[in-house]
Write a protein of this length. Structure first.
Length: 147
């Protein structure tokens, strides 16, 4: 334990604190002393006990207001986190839907390509058959004309 000597309202006090916390304790006491002196200047000398009580009430009021603000910010952060999670979920759902659509389009493209290739083969077969029939017809006609 460390000891810190401070001066408050013109009096010396020796306070103990955890090792390494001396500077923090001094900072806190500077703020308390400043509040005490501000109230003393504002309200006059009401007596040390009453001024100490009013100082403590003001410090606690500030503490509670700060605590409320921290809780409010925590709630806001929690709400933002929930909204972020919802947005993230929507993004992933959208991505999954689009991937599914792309896969469906690729499948349809593949089917269409196969259908076109099959139709092309059928068309070529029909042309070959028609060419063969025309050739046969022409040959028969030539043979009939010759005879």
């Amino acid at each position: 334990m460390a000891n810190v000597s401070i001066k408050f309202n013109g009096k010396e006090f020796l306070l103990s604190c955890e090792d390494g916390q001396e500077e923090h304790l001094e900072e806190l006491l500077i703020h308390i002393n400043q509040k005490f002196n501000d109230l003393k200047n504002e309200l006059g000398n009401l007596g040390e006990n009453k001024l100490l009580l009013i100082t403590a009430v003001k410090v606690m009021d500030e503490y509670h207001e700060t605590k409320k603000k921290v809780e409010q910010k925590k709630d806001e952060l929690r709400d933002l986190s929930n909204k972020f999670r919802e947005l993230k979920s929507l993004i992933f759902d959208y991505r999954d839907k689009k991937e599914e659509e792309i896969n469906q389009l690729n499948e349809n493209h593949h089917k269409l390509k196969n259908e076109i290739e099959a139709n092309q083969k059928n068309y070529e077969k029909l042309i070959d058959e028609a060419t063969e029939e025309i050739s046969t017809f022409v040959e028969k006609a030539n043979l009939e004309n010759l005879s």
